[in-house]
Write a protein that binds this ligand. Sequence first.
Ligand SMILES: [Zn+2]
Length: 375
Amino acid sequence: MFSLSQILGDVSAAHHQTPDDWARSVTTVVRDAAIYHAARNGFYRAQCDAVGVDPAALHELEDLQRLPLLPVSLFKRADARVLLTCPLSKVETEARSTGTSGVSSVVRRDAETVTRALIGLTGTYREFFGLSGGAGLFLSPSSADAPENGMAKVFNILNGILDDHAYLVSDNVFDPADALEYLRKWKGLMTRHIIGPPFLVRRFLRFLELEGINVFLDPYSMVITLGGWKRYPGEAVSAEDFRDECHHRLGVSRENVRDMYGLIESDLLAVECHLHRKHVPPWCFVSIRDVHDVTREVAAGQTGMIAVLDAVNTSYPGFLLTDDVGEVETGTCACGRTGQVITFRHRRQGGELDRSAVSIERYMGSGRYASAQPA
Ligand SMILES: [Zn+2]
């Protein structure tokens, strides 16, 4: 069995536990996180009380589904600081994302959470991509250009592993000719990788097609994607067709085209193995909920709302009900890794409902807010 420190310290070993050890590890780290938040966060404790859950009494993997969930729509609210377990003075980073409604989520993280997430993500990249050098063509903005862009941050952590990089998006403008220039400059000097949201990688592929250019990258080149598949309706493409395109236009082997799934409110980043299955990190547990009754977990393999229980977060309870629809499988993948594999289907429209047991209004009105907010 692994503690949270052991999981973060050896992400690879944590992915290769026996199924029993994995279940025990994830149950323990999520339970301990719930105990931590319930003890320090009045809003979360109120949620637990409302449904009669004592986090300390959760012993089995099956018990985790009883933990109250915070809908991610809460992060869009002006009073979202009530979600915080840490004091506002301890907040180190703020990330923002605009959802489908155009209202941005504000996600605050303290130093402990940032440190853990950086270590965990670096370990994840090493485990799944095996990179220790090369050049990264980032079809995304730099963190300096977009300091609150969560996707850019997640990509930029890769920089610590690479030897050189270039950011090709500035002021929301992407020039594919510039991208081509960099790839030519690095040719023969370094293994070249392309990193970005799928819709921008496709825009680059379309540019190459229109110009009649085929770029053959290097034997170990990777295309790593995260984020939106389409910017405009009708732009969507199947993952398989996308991998074929990358293979034909860039000479990247299909198994080196890897997509990732994550959300700004969570420290979950599920990365594809070479079999294109997205592995949930060992510090998270994914529970799929009935669309009509989110307190209910659906049967194994069924489609529903994705809920994430994240043990890394100390800033706020990382037990989140997302607006995303998908499935999860538990077991050992043919790649040898044990745990959960997640499939994201689509984002649910109109997922703005507050589905928590105790609403922020009711909680604030209860008079418990003042005493519960850490100094
Ligand atoms: Zn796998």
